[in-house]
Every structure is written in structure tokens, then in C-alpha cells.
Design a protein around this ligand. Structure first.
Ligand SMILES: *Cc1c(COP(=O)(O)O)cnc(C)c1O
Length: 475
């Protein structure tokens, strides 16, 4: 019987890089482990696919890269060079975007904003994605009629969202904001409406667009002329290379939590499953790893979806017929497969109960938020001169912090053989929200360096992320 596995989907370029032992050795020799590697060419591939999906629907579309998914300067420069805008959600992100040459026209400022940030952006020409009535009041007070502030109104989790969102303007408050905007149209320009849903359900987004179109009508009625529907981000990533094996693994995991078969979880972890007697149910914390719908399929389905309130016409056609522009703010969809993290094995030991523990030179926080669980088998690359091959071995992977909870995998991982100190473990698809969102400097460990990898003239070239220049030399 084969062991339960969670094979990671890899972009062919990343696969080729990992297969080219000299390039991996070069990165590790020059920059050490651990390190994060980013592949701007994979990012561009993702962008190309999203663009061609939008183009098939003949829709005027603008893409804003949601910078918060990764601090990388190389990817920011790549986004700018490719001609898309940037969605920034803090003063440092805004400064980073300006730093690579993004003009105000191509910048959106979203997220929670305090008075300091609002003062900084008033009059700069960026488009402000307004979160709440207080913010709109502040902006109107700050605005100079000689340079009106451009805004989108962010709608709070329109009908369909199962839980109340902390973001956006509640539907009951929108009419007053529209009247307010109409009164102050000399100082502030309503460009359109925005939403951003975490949901992976197309139906939720279709409903949200329907609601947005109704608010556009309300805006027309008070004399405003919005032209933009901003659907936010939330387009999904595909992590698994084999959905059947993924299901097989999670089934075995549930069986083990129910007390049947080999133990597969460390300590008392249940991954969000509920255990009642010998039944294990619920949605696990790692459900994103099960997704098999690509970002382009999601976008395509959304743009093709019939809108009931518009005679069942497809969404893209309704936008076109109403001369509306589509904006979107993908984050993780652009980073999908564009980042990996390389760690080295420090040592291997047995716990008191015989469990095999493999300790590596990163902490859990380096590759995944603490409350999630990375359900992809790391790729084991043997160190120099090693001969390996005792067959698969089930282990838990431990981080390097002196904390009981610092395990990279709380689920059992079957590696092809027992690793040794100096072997490398590569964690796939860590580019979005994994390598930065919770990067810890606990125990005074430094942050892993971030490197950019390009393939040209038949070889991989690696440089520090901050020094990356886009192919024509403009950065
Ligand atoms: C985080 C965020 C995004 C990006 O979300 P993804 O799920 O990574 O695509 C887009 N828009 C807003 C307003 C956000 O907060």
C-alpha cells in the first residue's frame, strides 16, 4: 500500500529550477538557508492568464495587484513593468509602490485607514477605496476643490456573505453617503463601488455585483456618475497536484482522529475537525489546500454568470452595455506558485513515544500562519554526497524555535527516506500570505533573505529581491 501523500503542484519553471541541482546549490551556497525564492516569470504567467480571460469577455478591465500578499520589491516592480496598478493598504506599501515608479493614477489605497494615512494621500491623485462614513467625512474635509479626491465606496459584504464583515459601508448607510457625495461633488469624485469577499463561491460574487449595479443606479439618481465596478480579490490558488490523493490523505487523517489506523496528528491537534464519539466532521483549517478551481476559471465563471435582475444577461455583457469598467485586485492569484521557501534539516530524533521528528532551520511562522496547517509535502533534496533510499518514513517536521508549539507540520508527513542534517526541504507555493504575513523574528533569528529567480539565456539567475531589475533593465 502506498503511504498517504500530499503532492504539491509546481509551475514547470519552479520544477525545472528544483531539478537543476546546480542552481539550487548556487542559491544555498551564496545566500544560505533558510531563504525565500520568488519567480517573477511565474507571476507574469498568472497575470497573462487573468488578462486573457478578461479579454475574452471584451470587457474594459484594470488589474490592481494587492501588494499585501508579499513585501517583494521584485514582484511589485514586475507588476508595474507589466502595466498593472497596485492596491496598497498601508503607508509603507504606498511608498514602496511609488518607489518602483507607480504613478498615482495606478494606485488604489484600500483597507483600514487612520487620519495620518488619509492626510498623506489627500491631494496625491490616488484612488481611495473608502471603508466607512468617518473616512469619507475626513476626506471631504481634507479635499481641495482644485484637485478633487477620487474615491470608490466599498460596500460591506453584500447579501450572501454568511458572516458580517468588519470592512466596508453597511447597506443602510449607503444612501446617506451618496447624498453626501452629491453635495460635495466639487471636492470629491465618486468613481465607482467596490467589494472584496473572502468567499470562494461564485454565487456570492454574482450577488455582490448585482447589488453594486443597484447602487450605481441609486448614484445616478442623485446626479453622480460612477463608472467602475471593483470586484476586489479572492481569486483562488490551486495547491494540490492530485486532488484524489489529497482526499485520500484527509480521509486517513479523519480516520486516525477517530482512533482508527496509524496516528497522523501531533499532540491534541484536530485541525478544526469536530470529534464526536468516533465521528469526525466539519471544515478543517486547511480547506484552501483542497481547492481545484483555478483563478481564471473563477473569473471566467463570474463574468459569464447570468444576472437575474438584468434579463439573465451575462455579467460581462451587462457591464459592457452600461459602459462600466471592471476593476479587480488579485493578490494570491498573481502569486500562485511564484514563491517557494527552502529550509535545511538540522537534525532528526525520536520522541519518547518513538515518533520521528525532523527539525529544520525555520519556524512555523516562516511558511504558514499559526492557525493554519500547510497541507503540502515538502520536497526533500539530498545534501551533497548523500546516498539515500530506505523507503518512505512518516515524520513530523519541527521548527527551530524553543517552543513546544513550533511544529511546521502537526500532521504526519511521509518523506521518501529519512533525511539527514544538511538535506534541504523545499516548501512549495509560499509566496502569498505565507512568507510575510506572519514572519516571526522570535528567538532573535533573522528573517530569511528573499531572492528573485529568473530564467533566461538557458540558465537560472538569482539575486536579492531588492536588487532585481525587470528584464529591460527598468525596475
Ligand atoms: C487582501 C485584499 C485583496 C487581495 O485578496 P486576495 O484574496 O489575495 O486576492 C484585494 N482587495 C482587498 C481590499 C484586500 O483587502
Amino acid at each position: 500500500m502506498t503511504t498517504p501523500q500530499l503532492p504539491a503542484l509546481l509551475h514547470p519553471l519552479v520544477r525545472a529550477f528544483l531539478d537543476d541541482r546546480r542552481s539550487v546549490a548556487d542559491a544555498v551556497n551564496r545566500y544560505g538557508t533558510p531563504c525565500h525564492l520568488l519567480f517573477p516569470q511565474v507571476y507574469l504567467d498568472n497575470l497573462r492568464r487573468l488578462r486573457s480571460t478578461a479579454a475574452r469577455h471584451h470587457l474594459e478591465t484594470r488589474i490592481f495587484y494587492a501588494h499585501k500578499v508579499n513585501h517583494s520589491r521584485a514582484l511589485l516592480a514586475t507588476a508595474h513593468h507589466a502595466g498593472i496598478g497596485v492596491d496598497t493598504s498601508s503607508a509603507p506599501e504606498l511608498a514602496a509602490a511609488r518607489g518602483v515608479g507607480v504613478s498615482a493614477d495606478d494606485i488604489e489605497v484600500t483597507g483600514p485607514k487612520g487620519r495620518r494615512l488619509l492626510r498623506e494621500i489627500a491631494g496625491t491623485g490616488v484612488t481611495v477605496n473608502v471603508d466607512n462614513p468617518w473616512e469619507l467625512g475626513e476626506l471631504i474635509a481634507l479635499a481641495d476643490p482644485a484637485a478633487p479626491i477620487q474615491v470608490l465606496l466599498r460596500l460591506s459584504g453584500p447579501a450572501g456573505g454568511s458572516s458580517v464583515s468588519r470592512f466596508g459601508i453597511a447597506p443602510a448607510d449607503v444612501p446617506a453617503q451618496l447624498r453626501f457625495l452629491a453635495q460635495h461633488r466639487d471636492r470629491i469624485t465618486l468613481r465607482g463601488f467596490a467589494f472584496h469577499l473572502d468567499s470562494g463561491e461564485i454565487a456570492d460574487r454574482v450577488r455582490a455585483v448585482g447589488d453594486t449595479l443597484a447602487w450605481i443606479e441609486s448614484a445616478y439618481a442623485v446626479g453622480l456618475a460612477p463608472t467602475i465596478v471593483d470586484i476586489g480579490g479572492g481569486l483562488r490558488q490551486v495547491f494540490t497536484a492530485d486532488a484524489d490523493r489529497f482526499d485520500h490523505y484527509t480521509l486517513a487523517l479523519r480516520e486516525s482522529l477517530a482512533g482508527r489506523g496509524e496516528p497522523m496528528s501531533w499532540g491534541t491537534n484536530t485541525f478544526g475537525y469536530h470529534r464526536a464519539g468516533n465521528r469526525v466532521s466539519g471544515i478543517p483549517v486547511f480547506h484552501k489546500y483542497a481547492n481545484t478551481t483555478t483563478a481564471t476559471t473563477m473569473l471566467d465563471e463570474l463574468l459569464s454568470a447570468p444576472l437575474p435582475a438584468h434579463g439573465g444577461r451575462p455579467l460581462a455583457q451587462v457591464l459592457r452595455d452600461n459602459l462600466l469598467q471592471l476593476w479587480c485586485e488579485p493578490g494570491k492569484a498573481l502569486l500562485d506558485h511564484a514563491g517557494i521557501t527552502v529550509a535545511a534539516v538540522e537534525f532528526v530524533k525520536s520522541a519518547a513515544d518513538g515518533t520521528i521528528l525532523v527539525t529544520v532551520d525555520i519556524s512555523r511562522d516562516t511558511v504558514t500562519p499559526a492557525d493554519q496547517e500547510m497541507m503540502l509535502d515538502p520536497i526533500l533534496l539530498p545534501g551533497p554526497g548523500a546516498s539515500r533510499g530506505d523507503g518512505p518514513v512518516g515524520v513530523y517536521i519541527c521548527g527551530h524555535l524553543c517552543l513546544e508549539r513550533d511544529l511546521i507540520s502537526n500532521h504526519k508527513v511521509w518523506l521518501p527516506y529519512l533525511p539527514e542534517p544538511g538535506d534541504l526541504l523545499v516548501f512549495a507555493n509560499t509566496g502569498a500570505y505565507h512568507m510575510d504575513l506572519s514572519a516571526a523574528r522570535a528567538a532573535m533569528h533573522p528573517l530569511p533573505p528573499k531572492l528573485a529567480v529568473d530564467y533566461h539565456d538557458d540558465r537560472f539567475r538569482i539575486c536579492p529581491d531588492a536588487e532585481y531589475t525587470t528584464p529591460t533593465g527598468r525596475s
